[in-house]
Design a protein around this ligand. Structure first.
Ligand code: ATP
Ligand code: FE2
Length: 337
């Protein structure tokens, strides 16, 4: 294989993103665009059209931002799953085309593992418990015997999806998570010592698993009963994040590990980061979170995982480059330190 930069292409859902790592695996910021429907949820076909329309522009921008030419690309990595079929196919098609055109290897990677590995690289964690909180996924993960094992996960919808749906019902377009964070801060600024009395919601922990749809329905009910929207936003965050942190804490206790690593779009949230830090400081552990641009979906994390896979001797033939919408976190063998 030609030594060179690794190109990473991310297209599991709303975001289409191209990213790079240099020949030493060092990440460079991605060139990305996210489809934000003005009303309703995401339609996979519309997202796929968005991705196709923007592919040339985003790829060219990435090359010019980094001052490299296509000749310096040594391999092309892409998100092979999990995600929405129509979206995944656009990224896979772009990756196959570029790899064939340049005559360089192709490597299909696991999107969830990419969130983990960019976090490890950015934060310098050794052997963390991962709290992976995004739109579609909510998992507590630990590495054991060459796999990232899922110790607990959502039994219904992802935490970000819950935040987005709640927000949408009250007129806030995708992505709702950041607006809910903003509204919560407004509630706290008006109520410096906020209380959960009258704002109680169902608790989302079920053993090591989580569930968010009951919490969302109860939150909608509070708003319909006239409770201030900002107060309910604050309460949703307190309940949903406390549930995630509780499962993560139990994972630390069970495994004897001493680091938490946050990842996924919801890990941008300052309150979640704060809760994780408090929990870790109480048990002599450390809490880590990558910069926001590497929490949300990004091509750089795909490039980074591609780099790790290729260094371990793995590439993907054209015949095996089909997408896998249901790819599981623990499906991918992890053969690097
Ligand atoms: P995955 O395929 O891994 O499930 P995804 O398609 O959901 O990823 P991400 O970019 O990882 O994409 O996450 C997007 C989610 O993150 C959205 O649900 C969005 O509302 C949420 N989010 C982003 N910023 C914040 C924030 N500050 N607070 C809470 N949620 C946030
Ligand atoms: Fe993601």
């Amino acid at each position: 294989m030609r030594e060179g930069w690794i190109l990473g292409i991310e297209s599991t859902a709303h975001t289409f993103s191209f990213g790079l790592v240099d020949p030493d695996g060092k990440p460079r910021p991605s060139s990305s665009d996210t489809l934000r429907p003005t009303e309703g949820g995401i339609h996979p076909r519309e997202a796929a059209d968005h991705h196709v329309d923007l592919s040339t522009q985003l790829f060219s921008k990435l090359l010019s931002d980094n001052n490299i030419t296509t000749r310096e690309i040594g391999a092309v990595a892409f998100s092979q799953g999990p995600g929405m079929g129509a979206c995944l196919r656009t990224g896979a098609a772009a990756a196959r085309t570029i790899s064939e055109h340049l005559g360089v290897p192709l490597i299909g990677v696991n999107h969830c593992v990419a969130h983990i590995e960019i976090g490890r690289e950015q934060c310098g964690c050794d052997d963390p418990i991962l709290l992976y909180v995004s739109g579609g996924n909510t998992q507590v993960i630990a590495r054991l015997d060459g796999r990232y094992r899922v110790l607990g996960e959502t039994l219904d919808i992802g935490i970000g999806n819950m935040l987005d749906k709640f927000a949408r019902k009250h007129g806030i377009p995708f992505p709702g998570g950041p607006v809910i964070e903003q509204k919560s801060l407004e509630w706290i600024s008006k109520n410096p010592n906020p209380s959960l009395v009258g704002l109680e919601l169902p608790y989302a922990v079920h053993g090591m698993d989580l569930a968010f749809s009951g919490l969302m329905s109860a939150a909608n009910k509070l708003v319909s009963e006239g409770v201030p929207f900002e107060a309910v936003c604050w309460s949703i965050q307190e309940h949903a994040f406390a549930a995630c942190i509780e499962v993560a804490e139990r994972a630390l206790a069970h495994t004897g590990k001493s680091e938490i690593l946050l990842g996924g779009g919801v890990a941008c949230n300052q309150r979640l980061r704060e809760m994780s830090s408090i929990m870790c400081s109480e048990r002599d552990a450390s809490s880590h979170c990558p910069p926001k641009m590497y929490c949300i979906d990004n091509g750089t994390m795909i490039a980074r995982l591609g780099w790790l896979e290729i260094r371990s001797g793995r590439t993907t033939s054209l015949t095996h480059s089909g997408i896998d919408q249901e790819m599981r976190t623990d499906q991918t063998p992890i053969s690097w330190p």
